[in-house]
Design a protein around this ligand. Structure first.
Ligand code: MG
Length: 429
């Protein structure tokens, strides 16, 4: 634990503390590991009960060391001696302890603590977290897979493969001739991966994108029919009027949802989109404050809340957000990429099982190394995630094995954050 002069004082114990569970937090630390070459951040909370510990996901892979520092130097000193039973009180206390709040670094640090406390509570109760949230609303959780290809035929083949494997929801991304795009390889084979003359090497070109994507979904509906749910991620790359155009042109192809059609900075355009098309919208991967959803949800401007659970502070704020969204007919679609640890995926799964307004879950299929580092790692079968009866979140961390996969730098896999427009202007990733 950090002993520097600016280490915060322990949280003041609430009046009921002595009458609590009697268990005390004895250690809090961040652990970094990268079994898939993506740095994952895990928080481990140890207690006064021998062998009783909790694990939470604090993964903000682009700034992993900053999150670890926030956990070790600023959160851990406040938590020693507290009763781990007081999850809500601890979450509320830590949130305001920095005065300035809701940034992604601190939120991820808070999430690591929050999920670890839920994991602990489940272990103490001998129940999985989804039971603590009220029990399950469904037997298993349907997930969506990522299909991509250099052209529409390759995407079609990938979707067919997933459908044969039991999936009913598939996200589809296609290559753009002569330019980079999000979520798909360059179009037309290796030789065409080179940019068109006049374009920067890392160019993203909206005009071609706006032409190719509706052609893709036209092809998919013509060849696959309507029995599979199709999704697409715009990844906040369009200007607002381009976004309105795309959402309208995709409407005949009946998407399950169109994701991040607008950047957070452009959300004032959402009423315009909504007035012109019935294409369902999922928004919020970049949100770091649940209150950002208030105007979107209260005015029924979106269909799915879609955040990175650890980026909004963890399971506690996500569960409340899901409940608030339910009152407005908005469903959940938690972010589920490879830069959420298996512990974070288990938290998503607990929310998915317990929320009446669950919509869909994004999947990530972890490699064998990750599954060994994280025993109990959630597994996808027949296009679904299946609940585990293991107490807590049900995922452990083999720290000895984790050391074999040390953290990697933030630049290893972030080429997609460095695209430019044809004139050289920086493009949102
Ligand atoms: Mg996305």
């Amino acid at each position: 634990m950090n002993t520097s002069v600016d280490a915060p004082q322990p949280l003041a114990a609430p009046p009921w503390h002595e009458a609590g569970s009697g268990t005390r937090i004895t250690g809090v630390r961040a652990i970094l590991t990268a079994p898939e070459n993506i740095t994952l951040v895990v928080v481990r909370i140890d207690t006064s009960e021998p062998g009783l510990y909790g694990l939470g996901c604090a993964t903000f892979t682009q700034r992993a060391q900053a999150v670890a520092e926030a956990v070790d130097s600023y959160l851990a000193p406040q938590l020693i001696g507290r009763d781990p039973a007081d999850i809500t009180d601890i979450a509320s206390s830590l949130l305001v302890s920095s005065y300035w709040r809701f940034g992604p670094v601190l939120n991820n640090a808070l999430s690591g603590v929050d999920m670890a406390l839920w994991d602990l509570k489940g272990k103490q109760a001998g129940l999985p977290v989804w039971q603590l949230l009220g029990g399950r609303c469904r037997g298993a959780v349907p997930v969506y897979a990522h299909a991509s290809g250099r052209d529409a035929v390759e995407v079609e083949d990938a979707v067919r493969g997933y459908v044969e494997a039991g999936y009913r929801h598939v996200r589809c991304q296609v290559g753009i001739p002569g330019a980079l795009t999000y979520g798909a390889p360059a179009a037309g084979g290796a030789s065409a991966a080179a940019p068109r003359p006049g374009l920067p090497a890392n160019a993203w070109e909206p005009d071609s994108y706006l032409r190719v994507v509706p052609e893709l979904f036209g092809h998919l509906r013509n060849t696959l029919g309507e029995d599979v749910h199709l999704l697409h991620d715009v990844h906040e790359r369009l200007h607002p009027t381009q976004a309105v155009r795309l959402a309208k042109e995709l409407e005949p192809f009946h998407l399950f949802f169109l994701e991040d059609l607008l950047a957070p900075e452009d959300l004032g355009w959402l009423p315009t989109v909504r007035a012109q098309t019935a294409t369902p919208l999922a928004i919020g991967e970049l949100f770091t404050n649940p209150a950002e959803y208030v105007p979107l949800v209260k005015d029924r401007l979106i269909d799915f809340v879609r955040c990175h659970v650890s980026a909004i502070g963890g399971l506690t704020p996500a569960w409340r957000l899901a409940s608030a969204a339910e009152l407005f007919g908005v469903r959940t679609a938690w972010h589920g990429p490879g830069d959420v640890s298996p512990i974070g995926h288990a938290a998503n799964l607990a929310l998915d099982l317990a929320a009446p307004n669950f919509g869909i879950q994004e999947q990530h299929v972890f490699n064998d190394a990750a599954a060994e580092v994280f025993p109990g790692c959630p597994e996808v079968r027949d296009g679904h995630l299946w609940p585990s009866d293991a107490p807590g979140l049900g995922v452990d961390l083999d720290e000895k094995l984790a050391e074999r996969f040390p953290p990697v730098g933030p630049l290893v896999k972030d080429a997609w954050t460095r695209t430019r427009l044809p004139d050289g202007t920086v493009q949102r990733p």
